[in-house]
Write a protein that binds this ligand. Structure first.
Ligand code: SF4
Ligand code: SF4
Length: 151
């Protein structure tokens, strides 16, 4: 007799086989993808700043109007199963990137540990350590670089 597959849904199925609810639940809430970035036009290097999109709550790392975000931020990027692998700037800790690369979710991921705040305690998110784009000028951006995207 075949035994039941007890693995979690993200381990049993590929990203393109998940339901919309499962897909959304994978987001670890780090908010890193909502930080403003600078791109070197000569070699494509992407640099993250600690400047948050104007809709990002800088304490909780959540979008303040996720359903209506496009009417405020036209270039907000939608992650989809077919495009995750093409977005080299996604942080290496991003759950979608990890799974797309065949890796496991980290121990601090809320689906693994059950605690949505663990991502903050582990120092993965920038909760409380970023500024809203509405409080800085474009001239400040280069001074606020925090890390280079792995690409
Ligand atoms: S980087 Fe990935 S896991 Fe983190 S908030 Fe963005 S989509 Fe979610
Ligand atoms: S609109 Fe919302 S989801 Fe999009 S980058 Fe800004 S904070 Fe993030």
């Amino acid at each position: 007799m075949k035994s039941a597959d007890t693995r979690a849904f993200w381990e049993r199925r590929s990203l393109d086989g998940l339901s919309p609810e499962e897909w959304e639940s994978l987001c670890d809430g780090c908010g890193l993808c909502c930080l403003q970035k600078l791109e070197d036009e000569t070699d494509g290097t992407v640099w993250y700043t600690d400047i948050a999109c104007k809709l990002l709550n800088t304490t909780t790392c959540r979008c303040s109007d996720y359903p209506g975000r496009r009417s405020h931020v036209a270039d907000c990027v939608s992650l989809e199963p077919g495009t995750v692998g093409t977005l080299g700037w996604l942080p290496r800790t991003c759950a979608y990137r990890l799974l797309d690369e065949g890796k496991s979710l980290r121990n601090w991921h809320h689906l693994v540990c059950g605690d949505p705040d663990a991502v903050h305690r582990a120092g993965i998110s920038r909760a409380g350590r970023m500024v809203s784009e509405e409080t800085v000028t474009l001239a400040d951006w280069e001074d606020r670089i925090i890390f280079r995207s792995r690409g």
